[in-house]
Design a protein around this ligand. Structure first.
Ligand SMILES: [Cu+2]
Length: 149
C-alpha cells in the first residue's frame, strides 16, 4: 500500500513589477497647443501620478497673467468650462488632463504659444509641494503630446 502525497506547494508568486516604481509624485507629458496670433488664452495638458493620495491646488506660469484649473463638460449641446478649486490625485492612478476634459487654462497670454517652443508651468500640490515642468508646444489642434522627449 502506498500513499500518494500530493504536495500542494503553496506557491506564492510574487509578481515582479515591470512598471517604474516611483516613490514620489510625478508630472509627465506636459504639452499645449499652439495658439493663433490674437488668442489671449491657451490650455496646457499633462499627466500626474502619485504613490499616495494628493491634490492639485494651484497652477501658475510666467507666460500667462493667470493660470487656472478648469474642467470641461457638455451641457446640452454646449461645451462649458468651469474653474475647479482643486483636482484629486488618487494613489497609484495616473490622472491625465486632456482636450475635452480637465485642463490648465492660461489666461492673458503675453505672446502666442508657438509650435516647437516650450514654457515652464508650476503646479502646487497639497502634500508633494510644487513641481515645475516644461510644457512642449505642439501644432494647433494637436490631440496629444508628440513623441516623449
Ligand atoms: Cu478652460
Amino acid at each position: 500500500m502506498s500513499f500518494k502525497f500530493l504536495t500542494v506547494a503553496a506557491s506564492l508568486v510574487i509578481a515582479s513589477t515591470a512598471l517604474a516604481q516611483t516613490n514620489q509624485l510625478e508630472v509627465a507629458n506636459a504639452w499645449a497647443r499652439a495658439t493663433p496670433g490674437k488668442a489671449e488664452n491657451g490650455a496646457a495638458y499633462l499627466t500626474i501620478q502619485s504613490p499616495t493620495p494628493d491634490r492639485l491646488v494651484a497652477v501658475s506660469s510666467p507666460v500667462a497673467k493667470k493660470a487656472e484649473l478648469h474642467t470641461m463638460s457638455m451641457e446640452g449641446m454646449v461645451m462649458k468650462m468651469r474653474p475647479l478649486a482643486g483636482l484629486d490625485i488618487p494613489a497609484g492612478q495616473p490622472v491625465t488632463l486632456k482636450p475635452g476634459g480637465e485642463h490648465i487654462m492660461l489666461e492673458g497670454l503675453d505672446a502666442p504659444l508657438r509650435e516647437g517652443q516650450s514654457f515652464p508651468l508650476t503646479l502646487t500640490f497639497d502634500k508633494a509641494g510644487t513641481r515645475t515642468v516644461t510644457v512642449a508646444i505642439e501644432k494647433p489642434g494637436a490631440a496629444g503630446p508628440a513623441a516623449q522627449r
